[in-house]
Write a protein that binds this ligand. Structure first.
Ligand code: MG
Length: 298
């Protein structure tokens, strides 16, 4: 991959805070609804314009997110902010639309081992389940994000072949997803892996078209985000306070912390429109309830 021209104008980076969904889903303990409402409202007030706050899987599967519908109906919505949720299938979409979810996400994997373990089917099965979701979401005027997990490596299958990532992205684009979010689910990427990942998508997706979802399991998330920014990626997921551990490496850091990404963007001269201090305050509040230390705030 070649680096973006240094003469390019300073531009902005879009951050989706996934703390209220991806973060809390992977923390021990269930947070009371009113604390989740405060967290989501604080993140929107901090300037985040896209926040993933729920998941419409079966409530017994993820108890931490069983109140997703209540959360959507309880928050005070800030104009211009997208409040998003995962939906696994048609039933999930119906429940999401009932509470006016702004944008939905479907999820598959670049590795068969992870798809079988995490979404209970083959990659092809997941794609089949997406068809009615795409149709229904678009008919309701909602955009659809397509998550691809394990784009660098899989806890079951080992390193992921970039041709597999490309093939899954091609299928998602054919289905009509509006954006593709590539996840280093187990947090093993090094900066050179970002070059290889984006290089494998050349001619299909430009760096500026994808969303990157990094995990800090190996302490390399910020270095990978920096490399991605150099290569032209402008859309990232991050989690306030680094919420969300790694189920495959207990005790390890989870998602790239929003605060750490904001620091990086500031250092590199990118605008985000987000107040780092306000995010850090929201992180401190939720982390004190969870009994964990916020990450990325040092
Ligand atoms: Mg994550």
């Amino acid at each position: 991959m070649t680096e973006a021209s240094p003469d390019a104008p300073l531009d902005s980076v879009h951050i989706t805070d996934v703390g209220p969904r991806d973060g809390l889903q992977n923390e021990q303990g269930v947070i009371p609804l009113d604390s989740k409402v405060k967290l989501v409202e604080a993140l929107a007030a901090a300037g985040l314009t896209e926040i993933e706050i729920g998941s419409f899987v079966r409530p017994d599967v993820i108890p931490q997110l069983a109140d997703s519908a209540d959360l959507f109906t309880s928050i005070d919505r800030r104009p211009g902010v997208l409040y998003t949720a995962l939906v696994p299938n048609q039933r999930g979409l119906d429940r999401a639309l009932e509470v006016a979810v702004d944008k939905v996400a479907v999820f598959t994997s670049a590795s068969e081992g992870f798809a079988q373990a995490n979404v209970n089917g083959s990659i092809a099965d997941t794609i089949d389940r997406f068809r009615p979701v795409l149709l229904g979401a678009h008919a309701a005027g909602r955009k659809v994000r397509g998550y691809v997990s394990c784009v660098i490596a899989c806890p079951y299958d080992g390193p992921t072949d970039h041709a597999r990532v490309r093939a899954v992205c091609e299928q998602l684009l054919e289905l009509g997803v509006d954006e593709i979010d590539l996840g280093d689910t187990i947090g093993v990427a090094k900066p050179a892996d970002i070059d290889r990942l984006l290089g494998g998508l050349e001619g299909l997706l430009e760096p500026g078209e994808i969303v990157l979802h990094l995990h800090d399991t190996s302490g390399t998330a910020v270095a990978c985000a920096e490399r991605a920014l150099q290569l032209g990626v402008r859309r990232f997921d991050a989690s306030c306070g680094g919420l969300g551990g790694c189920p495959f490496a207990p005790g390890s850091p989870g998602n790239l912390a929003t605060e750490a990404l904001l620091d990086l963007c500031e250092r590199m001269g990118f605008q985000t429109g987000v107040s780092r201090a306000a995010v850090a305050e929201a992180s401190r509040a939720i982390c004190s309830i969870l009994g964990v230390e916020p990450r990325g705030t040092g």
